[in-house]
Each structure stands twice: as C-alpha cells, then as structure tokens.
Design a protein. Structure first.
Length: 139
C-alpha cells in the first residue's frame, strides 16, 4: 500500500475510536446522576470519585479546593443537619474536545422542612482512564 492509503486508513480508525459527543453527554449525565444518588445516600467519602484531585470550585465565597470542599461537606454531614435531597434539571453537555466537556444546568437541594435552594451550575470535566472527572465548578 502506498503512504496516502495507509494514512487514510489510520485516520479513519482514529476517528472511529474517538468518543462521540453523544457518548460524552451520556457519560457525564450518568456521573451527575451518580453524584446526586451518593449525596442523597449521605456517603460523602464516595463522592471523591467524582472529582479530579485538582478540582476547584468557584462560588460567591471565592475559590475552594477539593480539600476545602470536602471539609465543608464533612462538617455538614457530621452536624447531623439536613443536607437536602439533591437533583439536577435542564442539564446540557457540550463537548469541548476529545478530553474535555462542559456541563451546565440547574441544581436543587430540597429540605425536609419544605424549603429548597435552587441555582445554576457549570462544570468542566476531564476524561480520565477512570471516567469523566469534575475539574472546575462554578455555582
């Protein structure tokens, strides 16, 4: 085979092997559903699998590292207070490249007393050998 044909075959194989945007959307939506399920079960430590070790959250309070995020979640869980039931709605996922995607939508924490907190979020994900991991969230 000549070089042009070999190169064309290699490019076709690479295109077929790369994840489609639909796969990325489904995998990230599944990760968000998993996060809500684990949050609602109260297993804070299991949530670590959702995040990249370099995770940063941007909130009205400023930047929070993964360690700070877990310190806050553990304090809330340890207080025995109502953490609320978490759900996501109107989630959209945009593939940025083969290894990164952006998800945004609404999140809701519904509390036992009938009150709730609703806000918009945006999260950037990185594809790892262990699945999509959140690297930055703005809330």
């Amino acid at each position: 085979m000549n070089l042009t044909v070999r190169t064309s075959i290699l490019l076709c194989c690479l295109l077929l092997a790369s994840p489609s945007p639909a796969d990325s959307r489904e995998e990230i939506t599944t990760a968000l559903d998993y996060y809500a399920e684990i949050w609602n079960e109260g297993d804070i430590e299991a949530l670590r699998g959702y995040y990249s070790p370099d995770f940063v959250q941007v909130s009205p309070r400023g930047l929070e590292t993964l360690a700070q995020r877990f310190e806050e979640m553990n304090a809330l869980a340890g207080s025995g207070g109502d953490r609320g039931e978490l759900s996501h709605d109107t989630v959209r996922v945009i593939t940025l490249d083969d290894g990164h995607a952006l998800a945004y939508g609404q999140m809701r924490l519904a509390f036992k007393d009938g009150s709730s907190i609703e806000s918009w979020f945006s999260t950037v994900y990185a594809k790892t050998p262990f699945g999509w991991k959140a690297i930055l969230t703005h809330q």
